[in-house]
Design a protein around this ligand. Structure first.
Ligand SMILES: Nc1nc2c(c(=O)[nH]1)N[C@H]1C(S)=C(S)[C@@H](COP(=O)(O)O)O[C@H]1N2
Ligand SMILES: [Mo]
Length: 321
């Protein structure tokens, strides 16, 4: 008899998401008249994701050479979302127990011509989401390749009209103690979750605001309804379920940088040469590749050196990790 011992990164079969969780949002998208009939290249790979979401694959951002997209069940079943749990499998369950991510408003303030309050569905409609496949590298030395749907952050920055004082962006996640058990379970974190980018990083073509995965609405556990994706940085920069964006003149404090500044830098650019104080960053475990698969080498800037290397010229990447 073969006994299969599930490793922590293997998805338990019982935890595969039911279709139901997605239905209401999908219906809404259809009601908005956004759904298209044309099948998406990276929706056919998603288990159960037969219905298209309103995006078209941007061919400039295909799966990087030698990679293939991580299966939908792993992307949406193995998560970091500490507002719900520090366990990798629990966010999928706990973030779908009545937490409402629709309707959702996002506020934009700080150094802008005029503060804005936007409905996320309206915003997504206006921004005409596209699909891009990016590498994703967590600081914990695991990785995925994810087909995101969404729009470039620089499109929203244009709409926000920052003033010349704006040098950084500060992002803030929702804070609702009733919705997320993590707020009370882990009181030592400086909630709400916050993150930040320098203005030129935010305006880089790669910086992306995701509204979906695999052509489907962003599942709650992945940071519905709107989350940041900065593929050349460690995953913790990719803040989920954003409720505020502020343009600031100073480098903003961020949850992880405040919690452990020696371990989680503000820049947090993926760099195989700079070890985390507690582990090497030279290699990474590919989620979904199997328990016995070799770790693959980690690439500088997660493989996006050409797109973003120039942003850090003259900076000591070992210090500004
Ligand atoms: N609000 C919030 N955003 C967050 C986190 C979190 O705990 N809370 N975890 C971060 C970390 S460490 C990672 S690796 C990614 C995980 O995203 P995923 O679950 O969609 O793969 O989200 C990031 N964004
Ligand atoms: Mo992470």
């Amino acid at each position: 008899m073969q006994i299969k011992i599930a490793k922590d990164w293997e998805l338990r079969e019982s935890e595969v998401t039911s279709e139901d969780a997605y239905l209401s949002r999908r219906r809404m998208i259809k009601a908005l008249g956004l759904a298209t009939a044309s099948p998406l290249v990276f929706s056919s790979l998603a288990e159960g994701a037969t219905e298209g979401f309103p995006t078209k694959l941007n061919k400039k951002y295909l799966p990087p050479k030698g990679t293939k997209p991580t299966e939908f069940k792993y992307v949406t079943g193995y998560n970091n979302f500490y507002e719900f749990s520090t366990d990798k499998f629990e966010p999928r369950i706990l973030a779908n127990r009545g937490w409402k991510t629709e309707p959702w408003t996002i506020e934009i303030g700080g150094h802008v011509e005029k503060p804005l309050k936007l409905d996320v569905n309206e915003l997504a409609k206006e921004m005409a989401p596209e699909q891009r496949v990016y590498r994703f590298r967590c600081v914990e030395a695991w990785s995925m390749v994810i087909p995101w749907d969404g729009f470039p952050l620089n499109k929203l920055i244009k709409k926000a009209k920052p003033t010349s004082k704006a040098k950084y962006l500060k992002f803030t996640t929702f804070l609702d103690k009733k919705a997320g058990p993590g707020f009370q379970k882990y009181p030592y974190y400086d909630w709400p979750y916050t993150e930040g980018l320098r203005m030129d990083e935010a305006n880089n073509e790669l910086s992306f605001l995701a509204t979906g995965i695999y052509g489907r609405a962003l599942p709650n556990q992945n940071g519905a309804p709107l989350r940041l994706v900065v593929p050349w940085k460690y995953g913790f920069k990719c803040i989920k379920s954003i409720v505020r964006i502020d343009f600031t003149d100073k480098q903003p404090s961020t949850l992880w940088n405040a919690a452990a500044p020696r371990e989680y830098g503000f820049y947090a650019n993926v760099n195989p040469e700079v070890a985390h104080p507690r582990w090497s960053q030279a290699r990474e475990r590919v989620i979904g590749a199997g328990a016995f698969a070799d770790r693959i080498p980690t690439l500088k800037f997660n493989g996006y050196q050409k797109e973003v290397g120039h942003l850090y010229e003259g900076m000591d990447l070992k210090k500004n990790f």
